[in-house]
Write a protein that binds this ligand. Structure first.
Ligand SMILES: [Zn+2]
Length: 301
């Protein structure tokens, strides 16, 4: 008896973070789901976020991963940016084509943040998606935030900017200050769909519990898609591990410093202590001595 929930590519330990993709309703529906608990825990640890920021950033990273699913080449990247009026100030997330992502909030801590309130933390603003897939120019789109709840904002982006009717459901369950579960799903109608498929999905989503409820009950992302779609002919297409992974290095930090220009670098080199730089995505620190700064100043000329 083969495992009906076997998906090629997913990690052996299905309790670890991973992505799955399926097709259903005769191919008129594409459905993706991701477990992102470890990713959101890492983000919380790197950025010391207060609860509403953890929830907002967690939903944002999860949604960003889901919409990155169609990138194919190793060097493809997707950058998602929320600019907003709420106290979080904004968020940036970068995904590669292998479900690795890194992200940071503009403000990690909201004062008096006890009750989780994602919409309150985000407020009004814009969602921008930029994909660099080796074309001459990166491409993407921008929409106004619909509600600031993140899931609805991605749904609106996919419809308005990519003309794909979608359901995006994202969840981060925080208990006693720790991330208990995080994950989400994206269900999309494919070209050729009709009222039958639209009506069916509308009925299915009505009253469907939060994604993290099912994770808490021990269901895997593949099983949650099965529960949602209710199609005995669901086909699991592929899966992959997902992770928070930063790609920063001293070398990349040097390239960033060089863009400041020679004069600026020489003036920084006058400080005998040198300078400390910090990666915005993972808070790794890189020290540059006055000698190193002087060398970079030469390169910047
Ligand atoms: Zn980093």
């Amino acid at each position: 008896m083969t495992d009906p929930y076997y998906v090629k590519g997913i990690p052996e330990d299905v309790a670890s973070d991973h992505f799955v993709k399926a097709s259903a309703l005769g191919g008129f529906v594409k459905a993706c789901a991701v477990r992102s608990t470890g990713i959101v825990r890492d983000a919380m640890r790197y950025h010391n976020t207060s609860p509403s920021v953890t929830a907002a950033l967690g939903r944002f990273m999860t949604g960003s991963l889901l919409i990155s699913e169609n990138m194919k080449n190793e060097t493809d990247t997707q950058t998602t940016i929320i600019k907003c009026s709420g106290p979080i100030g904004g968020m940036t997330c970068v995904c590669d084509s292998s479900f690795n992502c890194r992200a940071y909030p503009v403000n990690s801590v909201i004062e008096g943040d006890e009750q989780i309130n994602v919409k309150g933390a985000v407020g009004q603003g814009t969602l921008t998606v930029v994909r660099d897939i080796g074309l001459r120019e990166p491409y993407g789109g921008q929409v106004e935030l619909k509600t600031g709840g993140i899931g609805e904002d991605f749904t609106y982006y996919l419809m308005a900017s990519e003309q794909t009717p979608s359901i995006v459901a994202l969840g981060v369950l925080i208990e006693d200050g720790t991330v208990r579960h995080a994950g989400g799903m994206m269900v999309q109608l494919m070209p050729g769909y009709g009222d039958k498929e639209t009506d069916y999905l509308e009925k299915r989503i009505h009253g469907f519990p939060d994604f993290t409820y099912f994770l808490d009950e021990g269901f895997t992302p593949a099983q949650i898609l099965d529960l949602f779609l209710g199609d005995p002919d669901i086909k699991y297409l592929e899966g992959a591990p997902a992770a928070f992974r930063c790609t920063c290095s001293k070398e990349k930090m040097s390239s960033g410093l060089i863009t400041l220009g020679s004069a600026e670098l020489l003036s920084m080199a006058e400080d005998k202590k040198g300078i400390d730089t910090e990666c915005r995505f993972c808070n790794s620190k890189y020290h540059f001595t006055p000698e190193e700064l002087s060398k970079l100043a030469v390169e910047a000329r």
